[in-house]
Design a protein around this ligand. Structure first.
Ligand code: PEP
Ligand code: MN
Length: 292
């Protein structure tokens, strides 16, 4: 049935009528023209500032995570990332320290004051996440609808990674699952998608940043580490992400990448991260001077 919008607009109590064909409503910019700004302690994501979330792929030991936390903080990162529950392709690979990993992240947070972002793989882990500031949903779980519903019914911000072969609409519908349960604090994270190219771990879809900004008000961050799988490709892609208008970055940093239990080849060491953080600030300043 075709609804006559003129007829509805003519009603006294109606100010404006918009036809919305997209199935995502709460994430849709048409219903919410202002950018969503998400507050994590005194960090604001989506307000035009540059947010750097950095840390190891996996929490391994107390000294590792505390050392990396201090280093990335000194370089200007505002949040500490680190995996405790790890989704690994092989059941024989290191699966993360689980609850113990969360305890070590809390220690690093207490030492540095950096808020924590870490992945929840299953809603049954929720009870351990009290001290976690941002809950990550991994690429493999983007369409774990039961997990999304549980995260929608609580109020911690959720970093929602794009599934490996998810369209923008599928990704936004996953955000919608969270938002429709009441939690409006969703941060989108592009981490590379699966294409026919095999030379690089994944294909970073940077056009997602300006394209999504048109259709959604949610902030978007880029993860150049999983997108490329190679530490030498992380700096150019991180800089390009800021040029494209990303609200932040999620970057893997390890104090000894060669011995990392997970994702060493894509991890920057603290010195490399320090150089990149300075370059990112320069790029962010440059973009602020331009009308784009
Ligand atoms: C991670 O951030 O460590 C991770 C496993 O990411 P993804 O879900 O993007 O593979
Ligand atoms: Mn990783």
């Amino acid at each position: 049935m075709q609804i006559d919008t003129d007829l509805i607009a003519a009603l006294d109590i109606v100010e404006d009528v918009k036809r919305v064909s997209e199935p995502y409503k709460k994430a849709n910019r048409k219903f919410h023209p202002e950018d969503t700004v998400i507050e994590v302690g005194n960090v604001r994501i989506g307000d035009g500032s540059l947010v750097m979330m950095a840390g190891p792929c996996s929490v391994e030991t107390e000294s590792q995570v505390v050392e990396v936390a201090h280093a990335v903080k000194a370089s200007g990162a505002q949040m500490l990332r680190g995996g405790a529950f790890k989704p690994r392709t092989s059941p024989y690979a290191f699966q993360g320290l689980g609850q113990e990993g969360l305890r070590l992240l809390s220690l690093a947070k207490a030492e540095t004051g950096l808020p924590i972002v870490t992945e929840m793989m299953d809603a049954s882990q929720f009870e351990y996440f009290d001290d976690v500031d941002v809950i990550q949903v991994g690429a493999r779980n983007m369409q774990n609808f039961d997990l999304l519903k549980v995260l929608g019914a609580q109020d911690k911000p959720v970093l929602l990674k794009r599934g490996m072969s998810a369209t923008y609409q599928e990704w936004l519908m996953s955000a919608e699952y969270i938002m429709s349960k009441g939690n409006k604090n969703v941060i989108l994270c592009e981490r590379g998608i699966r294409t026919f190219e095999t030379h690089i771990r994944n294909t970073l879809d940077l056009a997602a940043v300006p394209a999504l900004k048109q259709i959604t008000h949610l902030p978007i961050v880029i993860d150049p580490s999983h997108a490329t799988g190679r530490s030498d490709l992380v700096p150019p892609m991180a800089l390009a992400a800021i040029a494209a208008g990303a609200d932040g970055l999620l970057i893997e940093v390890h104090n000894d990448p060669a011995r990392a239990l997970c994702d060493g080849p894509q991890s920057l060491d603290p010195e490399q991260f320090d150089v990149l953080a300075g370059q990112l600030r320069s790029m962010h300043d440059l973009m602020n001077t331009m009308e784009v």
